[in-house]
Design a protein around this ligand. Sequence first.
Ligand SMILES: Cc1cc2nc3c(=O)[nH]c(=O)nc-3n(C[C@H](O)[C@H](O)[C@H](O)COP(=O)(O)O)c2cc1C
Length: 266
Amino acid sequence: MQYSTRYIIAFSAAVCIVCALFVAGSAVLLRDRQERNVVLDRQKNVLDVAGVIKPGEFLTPAEIESRFAASVRPKLINLATGDINTTLDATTFNQREAARDPATSRAVPPNPSKVFRVPDQALIYEVVNDGGDLNAVILPIQGYGLWSTLYGYLALDPDMNTIRGITFYEQGETAGLGGEVENPRWKAKWPGRKVFDSQGRIKIAVKKGPAGTPEKDPYQVDGISGATITSRGVTNMLHFWMGKEAFGPFIEKEKEKEAMPPVAKS
Ligand SMILES: Cc1cc2nc3c(=O)[nH]c(=O)nc-3n(C[C@H](O)[C@H](O)[C@H](O)COP(=O)(O)O)c2cc1C
């Protein structure tokens, strides 16, 4: 059967419209679920980097939400002063949007991580144990690798120096090379390393080649083979975010608190 040109064009247009409606409808209908999954993924990463989820442990979405609610306190930090901000709502705060908006961020000097602006307030997480005592502090980190900006978290012990863990929840490095930053075997090399030396200088670095144990080699972590540039990117971002332009003032204040004797309960 021979179809007219007009029929073919009308038929193609109808197929396109039906498909477009289907795609747009799915996007709208699934938006809530996508947003919930993004939140769940962040919560899972926070629990994971703090060691609240054990390696290999599987949690359902409801278990992630309840464990997060029970043990994690989101807090906003004024990066310039290091003080905790209690006026803004940390639970709804979007740090990436805040960092983009000139009204809620400031430009920083050129740095190897290619971070151009930092938010005035940064979202951190305090993890508490069953008794309510501080167990770990989780700081967001980001910086350029080879192809992409890597986004992740660094978890510190309450001494604000000993690393509890590191994780990356978004990155576009090559799978099998720079993408190995997500490999649990590489991440397992971080706990117990130290960020600062005894003089308070930021010393942690991903070296080229293998490092020793955390006890023997506290400031170095194995490089990822074939991914020296991504490895260097991780070092750079830690130096930036632990430094004076970012979490430096907050870390100093927390270290002072940690050094003070506990207040006796009456
Ligand atoms: C297709 C391709 C993808 C690569 N992806 C990465 C990467 O994600 N991260 C990285 O650091 N290097 C990557 N490299 C390697 C870098 O170009 C560079 O050679 C490497 O970082 C040097 O590391 P090495 O000294 O450990 O060999 C890639 C190379 C190729 C050809």
